[in-house]
Design a protein around this ligand. Sequence first.
Ligand code: SF4
Length: 187
Amino acid sequence: MKIRLASQIQYDSIVDGEGLRTVIWTQGCPHRCPGCHNPRTHSLDGGFEMDIEDLKKEISTYPNQDGITLSGGDPFIQPEACYEIASYAKSMGLNVWCYTGYTYEQLLEFASKKDIFMKLLQNIDVLIDGKFMINLRSYNTKFRGSSNQRVIDVKASLENGEVVLVSKYNQIDIGLDLYKKPECIFV
Ligand code: SF4
């Protein structure tokens, strides 16, 4: 199986989720948010293809990573490939964050029709959902571009049957002391 990527894998990121992260930049996004930070990721046939097994090997070589982040682009455009990567990361003890322009509720709707969407959701710890909305852009939101987006604890949300937010990342003007690792929720 192959995945279409927008760029090379990035490691040691500290801005795409909690801790040190390996970021997989997927290619293809249908949302076309005005003000998108990365419009070259929109085309469904842009970027380049990479074999999933090669990608897994590459992920396994990066030391001291806390987790992986699926970003893009929209990872849910390639649910089968992203499920393979997410489940591999989980098997290695890495946590999984994922950015999507879909809402959590839309993804549940997809999941009710195709199992692969639920399988991918079940292997994501934290989901940042929703389109980027330029009129709601905020520089005081951690890990989110606009305040409509939510940082969702996926496991708790699936268990509770309603959206459960990671509360410290859904506040505005949060202080840096909240990011210290010993105090992190982890999922
Ligand atoms: S969902 Fe993300 S990548 Fe897609 S258009 Fe919106 S901001 Fe850009």
